[in-house]
Design a protein. Structure first.
Length: 129
């Protein structure tokens, strides 16, 4: 028997995804998340998507997302994990680069005082063409 996370006001599982969607829209309206027309501007799907993104951002694997959301194909979960895995890989690569170079080296940035003036600037300041 599957666990019930969201129940009707009678403590029973929702009969269909449509009935759950209707209830979620009522909760959204009650929370004040409405457009100018007074209708809910969020959806059950949007909430599921947001939760999947949060889980992926916090390191959930494709298989963990598949288990949590009842998906049968890894490609569905990879939509969420791919972005955050790439972001994590980029951050790790940046840390490796900083570690290999010992961080930023200020001594290689040139002198602060006695800056040379470019030829263009010299011409402009002296009135030459």
């Amino acid at each position: 028997m599957r666990e019930t996370y969201l129940a009707t006001e009678y403590g029973k599982p929702f009969a269909s995804s449509g009935s759950l969607d209707n209830r979620v829209r009522k909760w959204i309206v009650a929370a004040g998340l409405v457009g100018k027309d007074g209708k809910a501007n969020r959806s059950q799907h949007g909430i599921r998507k947001g939760v999947a993104e949060i889980m992926a951002e916090n390191g959930a694997t494709e298989y963990e997302l598949m288990s949590a959301f009842g998906w049968t194909e890894a490609k569905t979960a990879s939509v969420y994990t791919k972005k955050f895995q790439r972001r994590g890989a980029a951050a790790a690569a940046s840390r490796r680069l900083a570690g290999a170079q010992g961080g930023p080296r200020l001594e290689n940035r040139g002198p602060v005082s006695g800056l040379s003036v470019s030829k263009t600037r010299e011409n402009r300041d002296s009135g030459s063409p």
